[in-house]
Design a protein around this ligand. Structure first.
Ligand code: J2J
Length: 544
């Protein structure tokens, strides 16, 4: 209290007052959710990871203990901590422990590598980095050691699993089992904990300008996001949410996801991988009521369901989002899986659209939902920024109680990504129906949506230009039957052009996440230009 928020965290006072008086913004910091539920239903199951289970009482006690152990390591309120963990209970434990402390998790994705992580470390002055020992055949301890070596603020590496040769890393198990004395409220070490208006977490943007940008979310805006989504999905103590997509993804964490479920006193089950075989076993065993996937998974789920006839009788809702779900696929979900489809059009920047469970089928099958909050403001505008009539295509602009007003430590981006009156320019092209539902029809941002994974074209192009044979590069999206979109690199080369496989190895060596490697490479004598001399990506996308 009493501290001024930085520019990138500031809502206009008039809007903030409105969000507070309408009850959208509360006072509860995110780290209090387990404790509140522990008081209401201590023995109820909060979290399931394989054979490991936590009641709410256990979750609250353990996150408190870990929080104190983290403080013992020197972490304090406001510190940034890179968290890169797969779907294991430790993600939830360390996340809430950081929240209790008022420290700020930075949500790295499991696939991120040296290029992305070192950028995050530099941009945020992160003091710690939490990693698994190995995941998906990659040794994260090696990467963490490299990151710590590089000149930056990272002081602690915390490893979930075996430390191996990395003796200077901290073992998460030691933190869990350390028994620091509980602090008395009067002891000088006892921190008052974060304010609801403080920065609570940093999410990665899909990015459109070369290097990943960070999205600052506060306790109260993020809590509202999770709570409003949970209400629309009818979550309560009997709800069981299965986390299939990465827990660090905004969709999985709070739409309503893990946070929305815990807020409502339900049970969160973590799936170690997104395969339908794994998911169906967990759905039957844990009586899962709601889960969320991206569109490329849907055909696999339908096929496996036909094949193995799993018991999905508990499943009420399947959320699908992160990329456009084709209408034909949308129509098959309810008859074949026997649960309600909910389309989800969200963004880490904020605005979340959901189809409602009682919407007519026609809307559920053909739209990506409507905003979750009555206070979400949505504009659909033409290139000159003028609103277009309902039904016509335009760019979606938005502002509201849980949509960012600026990127983290990135003042230069204000003009590109925000209108002067504070609307975030989503870069998405939509049509709005009179009901308020949105249909996503394209985008103006320079991004590839590879089955839900966002690839910033500029970021990849910059890496490609470092290749000795490449003199010009343009990365664009091409339609793909399985992924919706895949990435194609058009390259101007001196000498024989590299193959897609060679380029993937080259980009991997440069520390870029694997999913950003172009799926296809096309050598061209030159890149087409627009009349003003920019690379004509529209023309490239139109090439067969
Ligand atoms: C078309 N495009 C979509 C959809 C997102 C919930 C769900 C998804 C995200 C997410 C998220 C789409 N149809 N149904 O954060 O909370 C594209 C749009 C959007 C961008 C945001 C959530 N759902 N998209 O995907 O930050 O282009 O968040 O602007 O990763 O994904 O990407 P991201």
């Amino acid at each position: 209290a009493g501290r001024t928020a930085p520019d990138w965290l500031r809502w206009p006072p008039e809007a903030a007052a409105r969000y507070r008086s309408a009850g959208y913004w509360g006072d509860e910091p995110l780290g209090d959710i387990p404790r509140r539920q522990a008081a209401l239903r201590p023995t109820h199951t909060a979290l399931v990871d394989g054979e490991r289970r936590w009641s709410y009482a256990a979750l609250a006690a353990e996150t408190d203990r870990i929080s104190r152990a983290l403080r013992g390591l020197g972490l304090t309120r406001g510190d940034r901590v890179i968290v890169q963990l797969p779907n294991i209970a430790e993600f939830v434990l360390v996340w809430f422990a950081l929240q209790r402390l008022g420290a700020v998790p930075i949500h790295a994705m499991p696939g991120h590598r040296r290029s992305e992580i070192s950028h995050l470390a530099r941009l945020t002055d992160a003091v710690a980095y939490v990693v698994p020992d190995r995941h998906a055949r990659f040794d994260h301890r090696e990467l963490a050691a490299e990151i710590r070596q590089a000149a930056n603020a990272v002081r602690q590496v915390i490893v979930v699993g075996e430390r191996g040769d990395h003796r200077d890393a901290v073992s998460f198990a030691d933190l869990r089992h350390a028994n620091p004395a509980p602090e008395s409220p009067s002891s000088p070490a006892a921190d008052p904990g974060p304010d609801a208006g403080d920065l609570a977490l940093l999410l990665l943007s899909g990015g459109t300008t070369g290097t990943p940008k960070l999205i600052p979310r506060t306790h109260r805006d993020y809590a509202y996001n999770a709570r409003a989504a949970a209400e629309i999905c009818g979550l309560g103590p009997d709800s069981v949410y299965l986390a299939v997509l990465p827990a660090a993804f905004n969709f999985t964490l709070s739409c309503p996801g893990i946070l929305g479920t815990l807020h409502a006193g339900g049970t969160v089950v973590l799936a170690p991988n997104p395969s339908p075989v794994t998911a169906f076993e967990l759905i039957a065993r844990e009586r899962v009521t709601i889960t969320a996937v991206n569109p490329p998974l849907v055909p696999h789920w339908l096929a496996e369901c036909r094949e193995s006839r799993p018991d999905l009788s508990s499943l009420r809702v399947l959320q699908v989002g992160a990329a456009r779900l084709p209408d034909e696929l949308a129509r098959r979900i309810e008859p074949e899986l026997g649960c309600r489809l909910q389309q989800v059009f969200g963004m880490a920047e904020g605005l979340l659209n959901l189809t409602r469970l009682d919407d007519p089928d026609a809307l559920v099958h053909t739209t990506q939902g409507r905003p979750i909050s009555p206070a979400d403001e949505v504009l659909v505008v033409d290139r000159a920024g003028r609103p277009v009539p309902d039904g016509e295509v335009g760019e979606l602009l938005t502002r509201g109680p849980y949509t960012l007003r600026g990127y983290y430590r990135s003042p230069g981006h204000a003009d590109t990504h925000f209108t002067p009156d504070g609307h975030y320019r989503t870069g998405d092209l939509v049509r709005r129906l009179p009901s308020g539902h949105l249909r996503v029809v394209g985008r103006v941002k320079d991004q590839i949506n590879r089955g839900g994974e966002k690839i910033d074209a500029t970021e990849v192009e910059e890496h490609l230009l470092a290749h000795p044979a490449v003199t010009a590069a343009a990365v664009v999206a091409a339609p793909d039957p399985a992924l919706g979109e895949r990435s194609v690199a058009f390259l101007v080369c001196t000498g024989p052009p590299p193959t897609a496989r060679e380029l993937a190895a080259f980009l991997r060596a440069r520390g870029l996440a694997g999913y950003k490697a172009p799926d296809r490479v096309e050598a061209v004598p030159e890149l087409p230009l627009t009349p003003v001399g920019k690379i004509d990506k529209k023309a490239l996308r139109a090439r067969p």
